[in-house]
Ligand binder design. Sequence first.
Ligand code: A3P
Length: 297
Amino acid sequence: MAASGDDRVEYRRYKGIPMAADDVSAEDMDAIQDFVVRDDDVFIVTYPKSGTAWMQRIVSLLHFGGDVSKTDRKKIDELVPYFEQKDGDSATFRELSEVPSPRLIKSHLHFFLAPLQLKQGKGKVIYVARNPKDLAVSYYHFHFMCSTLKTPTSWEQFLKDFVSGEVYDEAWHNHVLGWWEQKDNPNVLFLKYEDLQKNTRKEVEKVAEFLQWPVTPEVIDKVVEQSTFQKMATNPATNKVAGKGAKSGVFDFSKGTYFRKGVVGDWKSHFSDEQSQWFDTFYQEKLGPTGLHFDFE
Ligand code: A3P
């Protein structure tokens, strides 16, 4: 079954995963398996809309000791580039051999598509997961503003496509469970968006400890302060729209915003009772036996 929605956008599949026009070619996806990972590489891996930019900001602030005069010299996507996306005509991951260590990298790859050496324990992975109800709402809105994604015809239709995996990056549960299985590997830190919301400081400390980057409590203070939703939404280095016109690359900011609400529980404004029950039953079946739970409020 093809993803429904705007027919002007096509997804191609690589090993079953729907990919968009700005992703690298199938040949490059094959080549990703042989990517040479460095011990101090930091991969931030997520399913889209899980808080990727938030973790990109946290890790880059930690790297620069909370010094915004250093982090804000570049856009967040330059500091933490998107591994499997094309940068112009070239694959971003191919340009990383030129980048000094430690390399900070963003990726939406499923575990089985990640570089072999990363899967074997080289480098570090920070995986951020978000409850699927808020994520589906966030993803739905994102589809209107991103030109490489199919504009949904309705919330109901989008929700069906999301659950069945007929969306960019395929089914959320396959992505999250593929990485959840790796959570006990020493090179993987598995975090949740809801925990970041509840106690940002504690989660930032976990990240610093996992990366073994020595940081003072003052640095942690700065990281927490500079990575709030408000700060990121109003900072041109972290908000893709700030200081720009209505369109930028694949984004049309007249149709939505990257920093939309940034809360837990917004799903209640979109799900009917029936949709909520159907959704819960589906994910209880998928996640229940795995021990992976989420807060929904
Ligand atoms: P909403 O659409 O629910 O507002 P990603 O970066 O993976 O695309 O995720 C985007 C989601 O993370 C959006 O969710 C966005 O608002 C939220 N987000 C980004 N920065 C955040 C922050 N500092 N604090 C809380 N939420 C944040």
